[in-house]
Design a protein around this ligand. Structure first.
Ligand SMILES: C[S@@+](CC[C@H](N)C(=O)[O-])C[C@H]1O[C@@H](n2cnc3c(N)ncnc32)[C@H](O)[C@@H]1O
Length: 246
C-alpha cells in the first residue's frame, strides 16, 4: 500500500461521508462545468494530468474524449484515489498517485500536453497559488494547456471583512438553494455542512477567477482566459491558459 503524503491530514475530502459520485452526479451544473473544461482540451493531447482527481469523475470524461491518451490523476485523499483506481482498474493507460498540485515532483519537466482540474484548487491556501502555478507550468510541455474548472467568488479580502463575508454567504446560500431545487437534498446538505469551512477559509477558500489568472500570468502562462458557465448564481468558471511554445 502506498504511504499517505503528509498533506492528507489537511484535506477533509478523505472522509467525505457520502456516496460522492452518486450525489455529485445529480447536479447537472457540475457535470456541465466538467464537460466545458474537457471541451477546452486540444484533440491531440497524448499525455494528460488531472490534478485533484478525486474519485475520477473528470478523468472519466477526459478518457471518453481522448481515447488514445495516457492519463494520470493526482490527489492527496487516499479514499478518493482508491475509488478512482477501482473505476479504472481495467484501463492500463489511466493511473492515479497520491500528491498535491503545489508539489508535482513525481513528474519531470515537460511531461504533459495538458493539465486539467475540477473543483479542487479552491482548497489551496492563497500563499500556495504561486508555487502551484509554477509547478503546473513546469510539468507542461511548451504549447501545453492548463484548464481549471472551479467555483469562484467576486470579492477578495480579509476573512472577517464584511464585504467578503457577505459575498461568500450570498454565494453559498444561492448554491444550497440551487442544489435543493435542481439536484437533491444530500447535495444541498453537503453545501450547508461545508458552510463553516468556507466562511472561516478552513480548507475551502474561494478566490476570484482573476486571482488565479494573475498567478498564471506571473508563472509565465499566456492567453489566460476566463469562461463563464451557467447557471449564473453558482459563479462557476473555467480558467485556462497556455504555456508559450518555445
Ligand atoms: C470536490 S473534490 C473534486 C474531485 C474531482 N475533480 C471532481 O470534480 O469530482 C476535491 C478534491 O481536491 C483534492 N485536493 C485537496 N487539496 C488538494 C491539493 N492541494 N492538490 C490537489 N488536490 C487537492 C481533494 O482531496 C479532493 O479529492
Amino acid at each position: 500500500m502506498t504511504e499517505a503524503p503528509a498533506q492528507v491530514a489537511e484535506t477533509h475530502w478523505n472522509d467525505v461521508g457520502i456516496d460522492y459520485d452518486k450525489v455529485l452526479n445529480t447536479d447537472a451544473s457540475n457535470v456541465a462545468l466538467l464537460s466545458a473544461a474537457v471541451a477546452l482540451l486540444p484533440a491531440d493531447v497524448k499525455d494528460l494530468l488531472d490534478v485533484g482527481s478525486g474519485t475520477g469523475r473528470l478523468t472519466k470524461l477526459c478518457r471518453d474524449a481522448l481515447p488514445g491518451a495516457r492519463i494520470v490523476g493526482v490527489d492527496p485523499a487516499p479514499t478518493m484515489v482508491q475509488a478512482a483506481r477501482e473505476k479504472f482498474a481495467a484501463d492500463p493507460d489511466v493511473s492515479f498517485a497520491d500528491g498535491v498540485v503545489e508539489d508535482l515532483s513525481l513528474f519531470p519537466d515537460n511531461s504533459f500536453d495538458a493539465v486539467i482540474s475540477s473543483f479542487a484548487l479552491h482548497h489551496l491556501e492563497l500563499d500556495v497559488y504561486a508555487t502551484a502555478a509554477a509547478e503546473l507550468f513546469r510539468v507542461l510541455r511548451p504549447g501545453g494547456r492548463f484548464v481549471n474548472a472551479d467555483q469562484f467568488c467576486r470579492v477578495m479580502g480579509p476573512v472577517a471583512s464584511q464585504e467578503r463575508a457577505l459575498d461568500i454567504l450570498d454565494l453559498l446560500t444561492a448554491k444550497a438553494r440551487h442544489y435543493l431545487e435542481h439536484a437533491c437534498f444530500e447535495r444541498m446538505l453537503l453545501q450547508v455542512d461545508l458552510l463553516p469551512r468556507f466562511m472561516r477559509e478552513d480548507g475551502e477558500i474561494l478566490t476570484t477567477p482573476e486571482y488565479w489568472g494573475d498567478r498564471l500570468t506571473e508563472a509565465g502562462f499566456e492567453q489566460v482566459t476566463i469562461v463563464s458557465t451557467p447557471p449564473a448564481e453558482l459563479y462557476n468558471r473555467v480558467v485556462w491558459a497556455v504555456k508559450p511554445a518555445r
